[in-house]
Design a protein around this ligand. Structure first.
Ligand code: SF4
Length: 388
């Protein structure tokens, strides 16, 4: 790979107080408390996005809302507006620490919401705790875990009828109660730091354990193993709606707020509480058989400064040709932001409208074919399957 093609790795995630510059302006990531927007918050974010940004909103793989195209000079006013909506942490370090994702199907009075709430408050208050920017917690206490494919370093799950605190990468965890879970999670985070899990501000639990570091005593409870695939449709808490490429116009968020409070999910979907159906709105995918659910594509050019090509128009056009049960990832560079894991098919841009094809790999893996033009792929989508 040429130096020009090497993507920049930041090792931290943008927040609202610590935004990141992109090709279309600042990216301001809003970490909504407990992954939920009230009707007023959703309408307010939509208005601020239109006023200070380009009116586009992303939902991240950690269920955060990203406001795109924010003008640099408007950042301060935007933060004041978000603070007024109750969506801003006391400072950037507290914002970074409160990296808690909860299973979107939580119920009022249930363990998931109660523990996530206590853990969020404890992390905000833990001013002496310095965790890597990407270090996160998953609170997933429904009957069956739904977040095991979502990145997290410390998990609280239900297994065999009891709550289990588990370090990501470990096959066993520690039995906890609703009352002790948040405190035990914080202790495990402190253990991670004290046992050398952080180097130059970076570190992940799974990599730490892979070095052979032994867990603290008591982590002997068996874990739950579950696989979950979210699909648009009706669920007990409301209606799941997918977003095309995880993005929607701000106007769509404002209109969704007319139907109920909104939960953010890590699956590029929103859960609108209450209603059993939603109207078709720009950016929404409501049908579980929509072929666009089989493609993922990062921002690409011109929105990302590192992109070597646009990505989403090609992904949209190829979607109907992707065989059922297969997934296509179109990436603007080898960083593979939209799908860090392996995908059955990946097209990685190597130049403007030029791609390499990788099978069963990541965007950075060895390609099966190179120098495929976007036009050639559009004209003959079977190129994706040849050689399989
Ligand atoms: S993968 Fe896409 S969004 Fe990520 S840095 Fe590369 S071009 Fe940008």
């Amino acid at each position: 790979m040429s130096a020009a093609a090497a993507p920049k790795v930041y090792g931290w995630c943008p927040g609202a107080l610590r935004p990141m510059m992109s090709g279309d302006g600042l990216v301001v990531r809003v970490r909504a408390p407990l992954g939920r927007l009230s009707v007023a918050q959703a309408r307010g974010v939509a208005r601020l996005s239109q006023e200070y940004g380009n009116g586009l909103l992303d939902i991240s793989a950690r269920a955060n809302l990203q406001m795109r195209g924010i003008r640099e000079e408007a950042h301060e006013e935007l933060i004041a507006g978000l603070r007024g909506l109750g969506l801003i942490d006391p400072d950037p370090r507290a914002e970074a620490r409160r990296n808690v994702i909860l299973a979107p199907f939580w119920q009022e009075g249930g363990d998931t919401r109660a523990i996530a709430s206590e853990l969020s408050a404890a992390l905000t208050a833990a001013t002496d705790l310095s965790l890597p920017g990407k270090f996160g917690f998953a609170v997933d206490c429904g009957e069956t875990p739904v977040l095991q494919d979502t990145a997290a370093d410390i998990r609280i799950e239900r297994a065999g009828g009891q709550l289990v605190l588990r370090a990501d990468g470990a096959e066993t965890g520690k039995a906890v109660t609703r009352e002790s879970a948040a405190e035990e999670a914080l202790s495990l985070a402190r253990w991670f730091v004290e046992t050398g899990g952080v180097t130059d501000g970076r570190g992940r639990m799974k990599l730490h354990l892979a070095k052979g570091i032994a867990l603290p005593a008591g982590h002997t409870a068996p874990r739950a193993i579950a696989s979950f695939t979210a699909k648009p449709g009706i669920v007990s808490a409301g209606r799941l709606a997918a977003l095309e490429f995880g993005q929607m116009p701000a106007a769509t968020l404002a209109q969704l707020a007319d139907h109920g409070e909104i939960r953010l999910t890590p699956w590029r979907m929103l859960l609108v509480e209450g209603p059993k159906d939603l109207p078709p709105l720009p950016g929404l995918i409501l049908d579980a058989t929509d072929p666009r659910l089989q493609v993922v594509a990062c921002t690409g050019a011109p929105g990302c400064l590192q992109a070597l090509s646009s990505t989403r128009s090609l992904a949209r056009e190829l979607a109907p040709f992707i065989p059922a049960g297969t997934r296509l990832h179109v990436s603007g560079c080898t960083k593979g932001c939209a799908c860090p894991r392996t995908a059955p098919l990946t097209l990685t841009a190597t130049g403007q409208n030029e791609f390499s094809l990788i099978r069963n790999g990541t965007a950075a893996d060895q390609p099966l074919k190179t120098r495929l033009s976007a036009d050639a792929l559009r004209a003959a989508p079977e190129l994706l399957r040849e050689g399989s």
